[in-house]
Every structure is written in structure tokens, then in C-alpha cells.
Write a protein that binds this ligand. Structure first.
Ligand code: GCB
Length: 604
């Protein structure tokens, strides 16, 4: 019976191709400004180890897959799955911390959510996902909506043609298996949390809407009486004659514009320098900006600041700033699991604030949008990164396209955030001509998307002898800020930090994007005893003193704020699958080194 039934599937599957019935759209800017219906909450899920919900027994995609959400119609019908009888999981979340059977699981899980909708003819509906890790197929009412890869960036589809009045079913196949040609690649030092990890919603838009807009303060001489804000916007359609108004009530700035044939507008707004309060860590001022398109209005809160470099200095609003930073993973503050709420963001950033930070490195991939927005409200500058990490498949064109898409989506989501000052294109990548080609193309591409911010990447120190550390990376010419990770006192030269000297032969600002060492909270001993808080404390004392000797040091982001889950950290009783380099434990307890860094930052 089973065999016969499977054959039919095979025949049917080959005869009728699986087509995509919705349109993948460029990311909508400021999705929160739109009326939407949240699809967060309980979703049924089925763990599908061999992907039988997608492939038939000859490994051909089957049209009878789980996305059909099939139900027996007659008593004799054989259907070997039932979403409605399957367990539920709270979305957004990662499956690893929601179901103990899935703690180490890497593979496919299907998710299903039923919901009611009342579509109207005057509006279109976008199905929006904040992030899904890693590879997903989305289906609505049995039809394929789209395929997305990349675990940390948002995406949206126009599902208007598939949405029905009344009952609807969205099904998502999520696969987080690792592959050498993916971004990130097969190995990385963080937990590969799978699932629908960020918000899901249905967003109501007018048929013509503001797909993207940008407001950016132009650089100017410190003595300039007037400042210029450049505004540009783009519709989702290349249509002329639409009315766009940009209005900043507090500055009494208003401009009415009409779209050109490409559906675009742009203008330079002038404001007196005295009236404009600049965004900075001390005064994280955001202005309410009202945008309207024909009869619809949208609101955003936007800050105005400039960021640039001059020789070895980073200048915020024209003045040198030392970036007192800390690296952070996008993990919940208490215990593991993907962070996905404003509260998670607030707790993590409050610890950074307490450390005295004015800067965070959001490693090693784009964090959830609330993390960036919360940091912006709290006056914390941001380094944002894509997961081009370690050994990427540099020669593979699809890998490059994947990285490029993740960069595009990171920049499109956050390019109106005043606190984001650095786009990072990579972390600790091994030198080769292919890598230089890949990364230099990415850097140049990033500049075409945003020429107002700084480009960087976390490099490595490659030449070190007789305590002389030399940075020598061909990528120096493509970045604005030369950043590198170094682990003196942990992976290298324990207790030799005082002897180290540094040669960074580039006239660009320098950020030490990582340093640190592991300690288990509450484990005490001598300062040369690995894993004790005292060892880590001493490492910070010696490293901070050493860093003070680096010429042109413009900032640091030590590794890392909080202990985080990693499958590479297997030492029983100490690591227990946590990277222990946190200044606070996985439960939020502060280790001794926290206070060393805090003190060093107080003096900066
Ligand atoms: C690094 C990596 C970071 C690791 C860290 C470590 O250089 O950039 O992702 O977690 O070292 O703890 O070894």
C-alpha cells in the first residue's frame, strides 16, 4: 500500500512542477510604521529528520509535501502527518531551547500557523519575517510563496493573491543544516539556533508604497551656520506623479515632492546649525519624521549625526571619539536562546552601559532590529556585521551572492539608524588572493549602498616575532577603519602582554575588535590558573595596559559581554557548551574582569 501510494506521488510530482505563486520584494523600510497583524504565538511543528515532507522516496520534490496541510477526506485515506495533532512552539524562538529533544538538532522542522484574514481590494498584504535560520521555504494555503537563505536578515513577500477571506494557513519549512558554501560556513563559534527566530507578520500596504527612504545629515565644517539633510525615497513601483511629503515638525522642516518616472524623489533640506540637536551618546536625540505618500502617512524617529575618519581618528559630529565598546552575541541575557525582544535588547545593552560603553560590536551577524533601535535610544553606537566568518568558500559565486544579499538586507534595514556607524564585512578570514577579491568586491559594493558610514572588518595579526606584532592585510586599502582581533594572554603568549609592541602601518583609525579569555563565574584561584575569574581579571589588566601603547587606537570591543552557547566548547564542568569569555556569566552574574574594563573605560 505504502509503495503504491508513493509511486503515485512520484508520478504526480514529476508531472506537475512546484511553482512559486507570490512575489519576493525588496525589503520594506521601517516595517513597524505599517498597520500589521502579528503571526507570532503558537505554531504547530513537525521535526522532519529525512525531509519526507519535501522529497519523495526517490529524492524528488513532491507536490504532496507537508505544505499541503492535508487531512484525510475518507476513512481509508493515508496521510502520515497532522499539524493539528503536533506540538506547538512559541514563535519567535529557536527550537533548540524550546524542545529539549532539539537541543543539538540541525536539520528540518516544519512550522504551521492558521489565522483568519479579511483582505480588502484597496490594500496589498506583505508576509514579513524578521529572520529565519537558515534556509526556508514559505507556503501560504498550499502554494509556494518563496525560498530564502540567510539566517539573520528580514525578508517579505507580496501574498495578496494567495490570501483568502477567513481561514488561511502559513507553513514554513526551516532547515539549519550547515554547509561549506554557506554564509556562515560549516564551522563557527556560536550555537546554530534553528527556527523562526524573529517576528512574523502580515503587513498592510497600499498598492503603491514607500519601499525605501533615507534621511542623512551631510558632513559640514564645524563652523557652518546651516546644515543639510539629504532626503531621498523610492516607491515600490516606477510611477511618476505621486505626492511625497517629508515633515520634521520639531525643526519646522517640510518639503513636498513629486515622484519621477522611476518612482523616486530626492531633496536637500536646510536647517540652521543652532536649531539642530545632533545625535550623540550623550544626547541621543531622535526627531519625529512624518512621511506621506499621497493619502498615506508613516512615522519614523531619526537622529542626525556625521561619522568620518581623519588620519587615525574617528570623528563623530566632527569631534574625535574613543569607542568604548564590547562585543555581543544575539543571545538572551539569561541562559541561552536567541534574543528577540526589546527586553532582551534592553538588558544586554544596560550591562554594556554599566561597563561604561558608548559602542557595541553586534557580532557576528545582524542582530534583531530592536537591538539596534534600543541602542540608538540609549546612546550606544553600533558596529553591524555579516557572517562572513573564517573559512568562506571564496571562489564560489553563489556564496558571494549570498554574502552580498545579506549585506544588502542588513544595510537596507538599518541605514536610517543614527547609531550605526560601521558596516563590517568579515571576521578573521584567512589571507588569499581569492579572499581579497571576494572581500574587496563586498567592500566596494557596501559603499555603493551607503557612502555615509565606515567600512571595517575584523582582521588578524599575521606577523609576530620577538614580541613585535605586525598587521599586514591587503584589505587595509578597502576599509576605513583597521580592526583586528588578538588573544594575547589566552591563545598566545600568556603573561607576555607587557613585552608586546604593535606595528600598524596604515594611516587609519585602529579598533581592537576582540581580546579576552575564559573564566567560569564563581571559580576562584591564582591569577595563573586558567578558567578562574582571577586569570581573566589579570588578562584584562595586562591587555588594557598593552592597548594603551597602540598608536592610533580609536576603540576596542573586547570579547565578550556574556557567556554564550557554542558547540565547540566542550570542556566538562567549565564550559559545558558555553564560550566562557563573557564578562558576565550566562545568568548575568558579573565576573571580576567586568570591573577592570569598567575602570579602564572610566579613564578614557
Ligand atoms: C574569535 C572569534 C570569535 C570566537 C573567539 C573565541 O577570534 O572571532 O567568534 O568566539 O575568537 O572565543 O575564540
Amino acid at each position: 500500500m505504502k509503495k503504491f501510494f508513493s509511486n503515485i506521488i512520484l508520478v504526480m510530482g514529476t508531472l506537475i512542477p512546484l511553482t512559486t505563486a507570490a512575489e519576493t520584494l525588496p525589503l520594506i523600510q521601517n516595517v513597524n510604521a505599517y498597520e500589521s497583524m502579528s503571526l507570532n504565538g503558537d505554531w504547530n511543528y513537525i521535526v522532519d529528520v529525512q525531509e519526507e515532507g519535501y522529497y519523495d522516496y526517490r529524492m524528488n520534490p513532491t507536490r504532496w509535501g507537508f505544505f499541503q496541510n492535508a487531512k484525510p477526506q475518507r476513512p481509508e485515506d493515508l496521510i502520515e502527518y497532522d499539524f493539528d495533532k503536533s506540538p506547538t512552539m512559541q514563535i519567535p524562538s529557536d527550537w533548540n531551547t524550546q524542545d529539549e529533544r532539539l537541543f543539538f538538532y540541525e536539520g528540518t522542522v516544519w512550522f504551521k500557523k492558521s489565522f483568519q484574514a479579511v483582505p480588502t481590494k484597496d490594500y496589498r498584504t506583505l508576509l514579513y519575517f524578521g529572520a529565519v535560520n537558515y534556509d526556508c521555504h514559505v507556503y501560504l494555503n498550499g502554494r509556494h510563496v518563496g525560498h530564502h537563505i540567510g539566517g539573520f536578515t528580514p525578508f517579505n513577500y507580496d501574498v495578496s493573491e494567495l490570501l483568502k477571506e477567513g481561514d488561511n494557513v502559513v507553513i514554513v519549512k526551516v532547515d539549519n543544516k550547515r554547509h561549506a558554501e554557506d554564509v556562515p560556513t560549516q564551522i563557527f563559534d556560536w550555537w546554530n539556533y534553528g527556527g523562526i527566530t524573529r517576528d512574523v507578520k502580515l503587513v498592510k500596504v497600499t498598492p503603491v508604497y514607500l519601499e525605501d527612504y533615507s534621511l542623512q545629515l551631510m558632513k559640514a565644517d564645524g563652523k557652518a551656520k546651516n546644515r543639510e539633510i539629504s532626503f531621498s525615497a523610492k516607491l515600490n513601483k516606477a510611477e511618476a506623479g505621486h505626492n511625497v511629503v517629508v515633515y520634521i515638525p520639531e525643526l519646522k522642516l517640510q518639503q513636498q515632492l513629486t515622484t519621477d518616472a522611476e518612482g523616486k524623489v530626492s531633496v536637500t533640506l536646510k536647517v540652521s546649525a543652532k536649531k539642530l540637536q545632533l545625535w550623540s551618546p550623550e544626547t541621543p536625540k531622535l526627531y519625529q519624521v512624518n512621511l506621506s505618500l499621497d493619502t498615506s502617512t508613516y512615522t519614523d524617529n531619526i537622529g542626525f549625526r556625521t561619522i568620518e575618519t581623519h588620519d587615525k581618528q574617528i570623528l563623530l559630529n566632527g569631534k574625535p571619539i574613543f569607542l568604548k565598546g564590547i562585543s555581543i552575541h544575539n543571545e538572551k541575557p539569561n541562559g541561552g536562546g536567541r534574543a528577540n525582544s526589546v527586553n532582551d535588547a534592553h538588558t544586554l545593552l544596560s550591562w554594556a552601559h554599566e561597563l561604561g560603553c558608548n559602542f557595541v560590536r553586534l557580532a557576528h551577524y545582524p542582530h534583531h532590529e530592536e537591538m539596534v533601535r534600543e541602542a540608538e535610544k540609549m546612546g550606544i553606537l553600533v558596529w553591524s556585521e555579516i557572517p562572513v566568518y573564517w573559512t568562506i568558500a571564496w571562489k564560489n559565486t553563489q556564496t558571494f551572492e549570498n554574502a552580498r544579499q545579506q549585506l544588502t538586507d542588513m544595510i537596507s534595514r538599518d541605514h536610517n539608524r543614527a547609531n550605526v556607524i560601521i558596516w563590517s564585512i568579515a571576521n578573521e578570514t584567512p589571507h588569499s588572493a581569492e579572499r581579497d577579491d571576494f572581500l574587496s568586491r563586498l567592500a566596494k559594493y557596501a559603499r555603493t549602498l551607503d557612502n555615509t558610514r565606515l567600512i571595517s572588518m575584523a582582521m588578524e595579526v599575521t606577523g609576530a616575532s620577538n614580541y613585535v606584532n605586525r598587521l599586514n592585510d591587503n584589505m587595509n586599502q578597502y576599509v576605513d577603519v583597521v580592526s583586528f582581533n588578538q588573544y594575547i594572554g589566552w591563545y598566545r603568549d600568556v603573561n607576555d602582554a607587557p613585552k608586546m609592541t604593535w606595528e600598524i602601518p596604515y594611516n587609519k583609525p585602529v579598533i581592537v575588535s576582540e581580546f579576552g579569555g575564559g573564566a567560569k563565574y564563581g571559580y576562584h584561584g591564582a591569577k595563573n590558573q586558567r578558567w578562574t575569574e582571577e586569570f581573566q581579571e589579570n588578562l584584562y589588566i595586562e591587555n588594557c595596559a598593552m592597548l594603551d601603547k597602540i598608536e592610533g587606537l580609536a576603540g576596542t570591543t573586547p570579547w565578550i559581554l556574556k557567556d554564550f552557547r557554542s558547540p565547540r566548547r566542550v570542556l566538562n564542568g567549565i564550559q559545558d557548551y558555553y564560550n566562557r569569555k563573557g564578562l558576565v556569566s550566562d545568568k548575568g552574574e558579573k565576573k571580576k574582569a567586568f570591573f577592570i574594563l569598567k575602570k579602564w573605560y572610566e579613564g578614557k
